[in-house]
Design a protein around this ligand. Structure first.
Ligand SMILES: [Cu+2]
Length: 490
């Protein structure tokens, strides 16, 4: 009898606990949804203009300003590179034999690498076959005009099944970039709607004719980590003396720590922008924040392979050449760009003149991510006017790494923890911040528009760490929210 009672008690206790847990989970879910889904928000509404646009649809008045939708690149006679991308629900077979459900561009995840020449006019038509939630493409790190930035509810409507949208912009800055959907980005990127975008320089920054190159994009497809779509890593040919340029792209949500074993290497570019006179590194770990890119140059040695390893998935290494396996070298020292490379002899920016300053404190608790203790549209936007020289102080107050990404602009990292950068100038679009760190970054407001600024751990963005950099006089006819179905951060 006693035993049966005990069993009953145990069962009831367990059952109650389960109910409680389910209850708490559901409440938290709806709390989060409430935070994530403003009903109707005009992301250009906080502008300090005489005719500020209200959130209730006064956008139809032509005198309110310039619509983001109307801001396009000038027609040029530059060569045109056309691409077609179709977003669809697909089953992808991985090279480890597993099949996964994915949302793909052209039946692949990552989608095809798009490679163009500096100065090309890029024309990409995005078709949505059957993604019911709608899709867009954002060109991460590429300075595009406002109308081409691919933000559902800010720069365009999300593209619904059966519809298409053509992106047109000039690829003026060479470098390593990537593209991804910015409709429900935390969900859609993880489901596979991403790819690499490479702008080759008109004249190579590497004075080495022997350099071969490859882009390597890390992603988290559902729960599987992949490298160029492979679950088992890359093995690449190469002979002693060859130079290899590796364009590493972190399209996941977590920081990837990279080590290069078997030969010294150089970091030659960050976020697509060349560094000046950088030296060789050995046994130094490179932390690549979510959304960031690092270009490495390595010369293959005589007797051993070069192996690029990462700390998130040991099976996803990149191997160059032949010979013996090198000893793991990483972990001795973390890469710092504060004193890497040398200053430009005629740096156009040798001291700062600042018109506007902003301070952003990035914070995160269990269920809310915030900037200055607010989330989403409750965070006052950074309002600027064209020509403003802007200094932004970014502090990571905790809750993980926060790789902070600003759309439409490249910013210069001016200081870290109060120390001015002493080496090469560093220009980024995504700044990896770790707990307790403070950075000053500087940008010139030279691309009028309505631009998102958010953490590129897209989970954090989906929980509120997302705001706007808005230019005076720029409006949008689009709306974020459940009515429009445009949910760029969800
Ligand atoms: Cu974050």
């Amino acid at each position: 009898m006693g035993k049966t009672n005990n069993k009953k008690h145990f069962f009831f206790f367990g059952f109650s606990l389960l109910l409680l847990l389910i209850g708490v989970t559901i409440s938290l879910y709806f709390w989060q949804i409430r935070l994530q889904k403003p009903v109707k928000v005009n992301m250009g509404q906080h502008q300090h203009t005489a005719n500020a646009v209200s959130s209730e649809g006064s956008h139809d008045h032509p005198n309110d300003g310039v619509s983001c939708e109307k801001i396009v690149d000038k027609e040029t006679s530059a060569p045109i590179r056309k691409f077609e991308l179709t977003a669809a629900r697909t089953t992808v077979k991985l090279d480890n034999g597993k099949t996964v459900e994915a949302w793909t561009f052209n039946d692949m995840s990552p989608g095809p690498e798009l490679r163009v020449q500096q100065g090309d006019r890029v024309v990409v038509t995005l078709h949505n076959k059957d993604i019911a939630e709608g899709v867009t493409i954002h060109w991460h790190g590429v300075k595009v005009p406002c109308s081409q930035d691919g933000i559902a509810g800010v720069t365009q409507e999300s593209i619904m099944p059966g519809n298409q949208f053509t992106y047109t912009f000039t690829a003026s800055e060479p470098g390593t970039y990537w593209y991804h959907s910015h409709q429900m980005s935390s969900i859609q990127v993880q489901k596979g709607l991403l790819g690499s975008f490479i702008v080759e320089p008109r004249t190579s920054s590497i004075p080495l004719s022997t350099a071969t190159e490859i882009s390597a994009i890390f992603q988290q497809l559902n729960s599987a980590m992949l490298l160029n779509g492979s679950a088992s890593g890359l093995n690449l040919a190469g002979k002693a003396g060859d130079y290899e340029r590796l364009r590493l792209i972190n399209a996941g949500n977590d920081t990837i720590n990279i080590s290069v074993d078997g030969a010294p290497f150089q970091v030659i570019a960050m976020d697509g922008h060349d560094l000046h006179e950088t030296g060789k590194l050995d046994g130094v770990t490179i932390p690549i924040g979510a959304g960031q890119r690092y270009d490495l140059l390595v010369q293959l040695p005589e007797h051993n392979k070069v192996v690029i390893r990462n700390d998130l998935d040991k099976s996803l290494s990149i191997t160059f050449g032949s010979g013996t396996d090198p000893e793991p070298s990483g972990g001795r020292e973390m890469f710092s760009f504060v004193n890497y490379g040398s200053p430009l002899p005629n740096d156009p920016l040798n001291k700062l003149t600042v018109d506007k300053q902003f301070e952003l404190r990035l914070g995160r608790s269990l269920f809310v991510s915030s900037i200055n203790n607010h989330s989403f549209h409750e965070i006052p936007p950074m309002n600027v006017k064209e020509g403003d020289r802007v200094l932004i102080t970014i502090t990571n107050e905790g809750g993980g790494d926060h790789p902070f990404h600003i759309h439409g602009h490249t910013f210069r990292v001016w200081s870290k923890n109060g120390v001015l950068l002493k080496g090469s100038p560093v220009y980024l679009d995504t700044l990896l911040t770790k707990k307790g760190e403070t950075y000053e970054v500087y940008l010139v407001a030279d691309n009028p528009g309505l631009w998102m600024a958010h953490c590129h751990n897209l989970q954090h963005a989906s929980m509120g760490m997302s705001m706007m950099l808005n230019y005076e006089g720029i409006t949008t006819p689009f709306r974020v929210g459940t009515n429009s179905g445009n949910l760029p951060d969800l």
